[in-house]
Structure formats: C-alpha cells, structure tokens
Design a protein around this ligand. Sequence first.
Ligand code: DX5
Ligand code: ZN
Length: 218
Amino acid sequence: MIKIAPSILAADVLNLERDVRKVADAGGDWLHVDIMDAHFVHNLAYSPEVVRRLKEISPVPLDVHLMMDQPGRYLDTFLDAGADILTIHTEIGGDISGMLEKIRRRGAKAGLALKPGTGLSAVMPYLEQTDLILTMTVEPGFGGQVLNEAVPGKIAELRAAGYRGEIEADGGVTEENLGRLIGKGLSVAVMGTAVYTAEDPKGLIRRLHGMGDGREGV
Ligand code: DX5
Ligand code: ZN
C-alpha cells in the first residue's frame, strides 16, 4: 500500500498540534517535516526543537527532510530530536556515505534526496546505504508547486536498476497524478497542499491507499 506522508510545511504553524493530529487521524502514515536553512533553499522552515515537540505528540514516524547545506553538523541534533527517517540532499557533496552510515548506525532510516535537475548518477554510488531515495518532484523550498513531469521517469529508472528501498516523491503530488507515480514504482508520497486543502482528508487518504504500491513488482 502506498504510504502517504503529509507535509507540515502546508500546515497552520499557529496550530501545529491540531494539524498533526488531523492528518494522523486521517490515515497519514508518516509526518513529513521540511527543515530549510535559507541557504540550500531560499526559505527557512522549522527547527530541531519543533521536531522534538512533534515527536512527543505524533503517533506516526517523523520523516525529516534536511534541505540544508551542512547537514553533517546537525545529524545528531535531529536524531536526538526524534527523526525516524532522516534525509540529506546529494547536492551538498562531502561525506555522503559517512552521513548515511551515521544515520543508520543511530537506528534511523537513511534517505538521500535529489532535486529535479540532478541526475540519478548522483545517487547510484550510495543506493546500498539508503533506505529511501527522495526524488524531488518540485524545486525544493516551497509547497504548492506543480509536479515536474521529468521526474517520474527517474522513479522508473531507479526500479529498473533494481532499487528495492522506498522511493518517495515530494512536491506537487495530487490524487490526479499519484496513480501514474505508483505505476513507475513510487512507494511513499509526500503531500502537503493536497492533504491540507482537502475537504475530507480521511476520504482522500483512503482513496490514495487504495491505489496500490509501486513496489508490487519489486
Ligand atoms: C518543498 C517541500 C515539500 C512540500 C510539499 O521543498 O519539500 O515537502 O512541502 O509540497 P506540496 O505542498 O506540493 O505537497
Ligand atoms: Zn520535503
């Protein structure tokens, strides 16, 4: 079954606890928490303290997406705060392998993200060290964008290369395009705008769960 990870970037920041419970009660499988440093992306979002408090109240795992230039300096901070899945961007360079290994060594799932314009070759050397590949379907930094149609092909290519871990799409995912992404091999869908603007989030997530899982053929 496809996992749905509502993104709190689309939540009401003045009512975070209410909005976390809303999507968890609606059937969200993970909670996607975007961390932005105003350097790697032109936006600033959330902090380790927010992650720590979310961990206290969230009934679902925290899927923390580090959109920051020097994540190596903050891995312990976010792992201590309670990140269950911790994802770094391949574009930052440096000791990707060491960072992925550290995330796993500390008991969390290791994710590696790539922007729409970054080729799969940037993640291929690390596949064995990841539990999740996050194929960004929009330019990172803001919610509410339109899905980049060049990305679904990357999902299919990853599966064709034999990748059996989670493949997560992030940005512009809707009820209308999710079926196509699952057909390419997607197993986790980050959905911020689509879930938080839905009249009936529970009904929406029930329909999305009914769409299957891109790992059926794996
Ligand atoms: C964008 C973020 C996404 C965003 C979700 O940089 O990484 O997680 O919040 O996008 P929408 O709102 O389009 O689902
Ligand atoms: Zn994200």
